[in-house]
Design a protein around this ligand. Structure first.
Ligand SMILES: *Cc1c(COP(=O)(O)O)cnc(C)c1O
Length: 454
């Protein structure tokens, strides 16, 4: 029993820069398009929603972006996060694979989301913004932003997807503890919400609708409020690379190098932050790591979506991005991994997927919960249902190694803990959780409503 379990970096090793994969990709990212003019948008188009430092980060091609000291001070509350050898899971599976996980559940709100919530609150603060609006699915992003805005003295208004608002009441309490106001979406407070309720009074809501509401409130506030997004956008992927930059140092401590890296994808941010520094190693230093993005079968944008221009929100208020999309009007089934219920995907992740630099798979939720329970019982950590998608695919890869006898090194990102998701575990244990088949008819219908861009 001499195998090392945890690989812990000292606080002085928190990365001082974020990594921008745009500096190294072989082809530039397709531009974001203004829905009115159909021309690429400029900084002025985004200025009503975001402060200028974030707009600059959205388009920069600098390879490394310095992390401000004020942000590093807050990161130091929980960073660096541990890289952990999944020795219990390896023994349980009897696999020759070496499995590790990066654990982002040690943050104040229990996921990777504060990695971007903190800098977003910070840049808004230093540019004089007083209030932020946002959406949240399972409540992870809302909790993270509530914590961050509270730290920097901003107020915070959260539109929470209605199904999650009811499934996860304690996430709401967490946001309220940090001083945020939380409204179930669709709500009657916005035009977007009222329109949605007219279409379907019983709408469970979706990230796409909640984004419309939060964007509308910021855009019509006359500059008093700005909007913050927890995933999808380039600056969010950038901030999350603090994860992978730590993993780069931690794999050195293990003396191994990953053959496969696995992360779940909703909007793509934890996966991006975890793998982009290793994508750089593939592109620049000829490494050969495989990167697997795992999505839910109920909302499989990469594996089943179309790579076209679409809106980021349901009510067509955002600029149009080229992404793998199921159609902005598609409302995913109410699976328990609320953070993965999104019709689109980060344009950078989509671009890398299109270029063949990363892979994707879709999995069903009962298989995901089976993996979550196996992991909890062998490693002692209860994973968020979102993160458990990555565990499912990790177990599948490890079982393939068992068959082939290969000693592969597999690392996955455990994006958060599941302490606020016990109702979902309850549903699983009582046999009430079922799989949603890929909703091909609903997706076909949503895809027929895509904007027509040449
Ligand atoms: C929000 C969330 C996700 C999904 O969002 P990404 O931007 O794809 O990372 C995954 N895991 C957890 C724990 C989350 O809170």
């Amino acid at each position: 029993m001499s195998r090392q379990k945890k690989f812990i970096l000292p606080e002085s090793e928190i990365p001082k820069t974020w990594y921008n994969v745009m500096a190294d990709i072989p082809e530039p990212l397709p531009p974001v398009i203004h829905p009115g003019t159909l021309q690429p948008i400029g900084p002025d188009d985004l200025a009503p929603l975001f402060p200028m430092p974030l707009i600059e980060q959205e388009v920069t091609t600098e390879r490394f972006v310095p992390i401000p000291d004020e942000v590093l001070d807050v990161y130091a509350m929980w960073r660096p996060t541990p890289l952990i050898r999944a020795s219990g899971l390896e023994a349980h599976l009897q696999t020759p694979a070496h499995i590790y996980y990066k654990y982002e559940g040690t943050s104040p709100s229990g996921s990777h989301k504060p990695n971007t919530a903190v800098p977003q609150a910070y840049y808004n603060k230093i540019t004089g913004v007083k209030a932020l609006t946002t959406e949240t699915g399972a409540g992870q992003w809302g909790s993270a932003l509530a914590m961050a805005t509270n730290h920097f003295g901003l107020s915070c208004e959260v539109y929470m997807v209605k199904i999650s608002y009811h499934q996860k009441p304690y996430r709401r309490s967490l946001m309220q503890t940090f001083g945020a106001t939380v409204t179930p979406s669709p709500s009657s407070l916005t035009q977007a919400g009222r329109q949605m309720l007219e279409r379907d009074p019983d709408s469970p809501g979706s990230l796409g609708v909640a984004i419309s509401e939060a964007v509308e409130v910021a855009a019509t506030s006359g500059g008093a409020k700005k909007y913050a997004l927890g995933s999808v956008l380039n600056h969010v992927m950038l901030h999350q690379t603090v994860i992978g930059e730590e993993v780069i140092k931690q794999v050195e401590m293990t003396g191994e190098y990953p053959d496969v890296m696995i992360g779940c994808v909703g909007g793509g941010s934890n996966f991006s932050g975890f793998v982009f520094p290793f994508v750089r190693e593939n592109l620049v230093n000829n490494r050969k790591t495989r990167f697997v993005a795992v999505e839910p079968m109920a909302s499989p944008s990469l594996t089943k979506g179309r790579y076209v221009y679409d809106f980021g929100d349901t009510m067509q208020m955002t600029p149009m991005m080229k992404m793998y999309t199921l159609g902005h009007s598609f409302i995913p089934a109410p699976i328990h991994a609320g953070g993965l219920r999104y019709h689109g995907m980060s344009p950078i992740v989509c671009h890398l997927y299109d270029l063949g630099l990363i892979e994707a798979v879709a999995v069903h939720q009962t298989a995901v919960f089976e993996a979550a329970v196996t992991f909890a019982r062998s490693e002692g950590i209860i994973p968020a249902p979102e993160s458990a998608h990555a565990i499912r695919t990790t177990i599948d890869e490890a079982l393939k190694c068992k068959e082939s006898g290969e000693e592969k090194v597999i690392i996955f990102n455990l994006s958060g803990h599941g302490h606020f998701d016990m109702a979902a575990y309850d549903a699983y244990f009582s046999g009430q959780l079922h799989d949603y088949e890929y909703p091909s008819a609903a997706v076909e219908k949503a895809l027929s409503q895509l904007p027509q861009i040449a």
